[in-house]
Design a protein around this ligand. Structure first.
Ligand SMILES: *[C@@H]1O[C@H](CO)[C@@H](O)[C@H](O)[C@H]1NC(C)=O
Ligand SMILES: *[C@@H]1O[C@H](CO)[C@@H](O)[C@H](O)[C@H]1NC(C)=O
Ligand SMILES: *[C@@H]1O[C@H](CO)[C@@H](O)[C@H](O)[C@H]1NC(C)=O
Ligand SMILES: *[C@@H]1O[C@H](CO)[C@@H](O)[C@H](O)[C@H]1NC(C)=O
Ligand SMILES: *[C@@H]1O[C@H](CO)[C@@H](O)[C@H](O)[C@H]1NC(C)=O
Length: 350
């Protein structure tokens, strides 16, 4: 897949290959009813009446999300582009074209590889969903001055790092889902941009091996929920969670080796702590389990775990099932990859 992307990018560099001229179908939903109206073989999404609730475009071929696709003259709650083979957003004008969106934009199950600076800016949107693309890079200020943005979903992409400078002036921000990416580290001040108590960061199924001991500096919210399930952490730095309060922390299925109990000891409160051992080498996590058990008892934390961990009874563990991370590639991706390969070959022959 990666080789294909490089090949296509190189060809695009030689000749501009994605013009802004696509035909597609879309459907609109009206407020207060479930009635859908279908629009066939059009080149733009037209919303001029105030009673349109949402617009969806599904299973189309729109490799570039060009600004001329949008003709939104009246407020609409959501626009969804699902499975449209979108690779690029024409970012300079994009935000002006969607300023009438009040609730959500979703560009899901597409082929975006990066989010450029200022792509989403000065909007009143509450949620942005970019789930299941091929995003490797989110540039600084990709999400800028979004006064109502609460939820951002970047699950099932190819991010190698969490660029916290991508998130600027988001005064209502509360939920970031980064499930199933390839993020390896959390640097200092990585999470300063959360603004609501009970904010949630879901980083389960990544490749975290390292968390800076100051990663949570600047995080001002209370009752934070942090999910690091199934990463590759071998230790949590001493004091990493100090001066913070959590409704939940999940570090299940991380190969923590000889973890000390001082990861949360100075003015640090945790209501629920999750630690599953399924799939781990019990010999190497045994010491950590013991230390975590002591910490749980001393701090009155509710412990959630599975049958594989041998926590002592006095830690009052709540036994729960565990799950496995799903891989991102689907059968559809494999076909798409083959299709791209053929396109590249044809292109080279011309
Ligand atoms: C931020 O966005 C709001 C609209 O949501 C706009 O009114 C305001 O001028 C923007 N601020 C800046 C500094 O661009
Ligand atoms: C984000 O995507 C994940 C993975 O598909 C999904 O389970 C979750 O509900 C989404 N989260 C939000 C807040 O939309
Ligand atoms: C979070 O909760 C604390 C204490 O309950 C409160 O003082 C603070 O104002 C709250 N912060 C936000 C952003 O709501
Ligand atoms: C303890 O931590 C909370 C945040 O969880 C903070 O508001 C409070 O100021 C801290 N207290 C001390 C004594 O450091
Ligand atoms: C675990 O760490 C403690 C100090 O943090 C050390 O005293 C102990 O020897 C270590 N145990 C193993 C098996 O490495």
């Amino acid at each position: 897949m990666y080789q294909n992307t490089v090949a296509v990018a190189f060809l695009c560099f030689l000749k501009p290959c994605i013009a802004c001229d696509f035909q597609f179908d879309y459907s609109t939903k009206f407020g207060g009813s479930s009635v859908l109206k279908k629009h066939y073989a059009v080149k733009e999404i037209t919303v001029t009446l105030p009673n349109i609730y949402g617009v969806s475009i599904e299973n189309e071929n729109i490799p570039r999300l060009c600004c001329n696709i949008f003709n939104l003259k009246s407020d609409v709650r959501y626009v969804i582009f699902d499975t449209c083979l979108i690779q690029q957003i024409e970012e300079e004008c994009f935000s002006q074209k969607i300023e009438h969106l009040t609730n959500q934009i979703a560009i899901t199950n597409n082929k975006l590889t990066s989010i450029k600076a200022g792509t989403f800016r000065n909007l009143k949107l509450e949620a942005i969903n970019l789930e299941n693309n091929l995003i490797e890079v989110i540039e600084d200020e990709s999400f800028l001055n979004l006064t109502a943005l609460t939820i951002l979903n970047l699950s099932f992409n190819n991010l190698h790092a969490l660029n916290s400078r991508a998130f600027m002036n988001l005064p209502q921000f509360g939920i970031l889902t980064l499930q199933s990416n390839r993020i390896r580290t959390l640097q200092r001040n990585a999470l300063y941009f959360f603004r609501k108590n009970y904010s949630q960061l879901d980083m389960k199924c990544n490749e975290l091996t390292y968390i800076d001991k100051n990663a949570l500096d600047g995080l001002v919210v209370e009752n934070f929920e942090l999910n690091l399930y199934e990463n590759k952490l071998v230790s949590l730095p001493e004091g990493i969670f100090d001066q913070h309060s959590f409704s939940g922390i999940d570090v299940g299925r991380n190969p923590l080796r000889n973890q000390s109990k001082h990861f949360c000891s100075q003015n640090c409160t945790v209501q629920h702590f999750f630690f599953n051992c399924a799939g781990l080498n019990m010999e190497s996590v045994g010491e950590s389990v013991q230390n975590i058990g002591d910490w749980v008892e001393q701090n009155n934390v509710k412990l959630h775990t599975d049958d594989y961990c041998s926590f002592k009874e006095s830690a009052k563990p709540i036994i729960q099932p565990w799950s496995i991370c799903k891989s991102t590639g689907s059968v559809k991706d494999i076909w798409y990859s083959a299709y791209l390969e053929i396109l590249v070959i044809l292109y080279c022959m011309v």
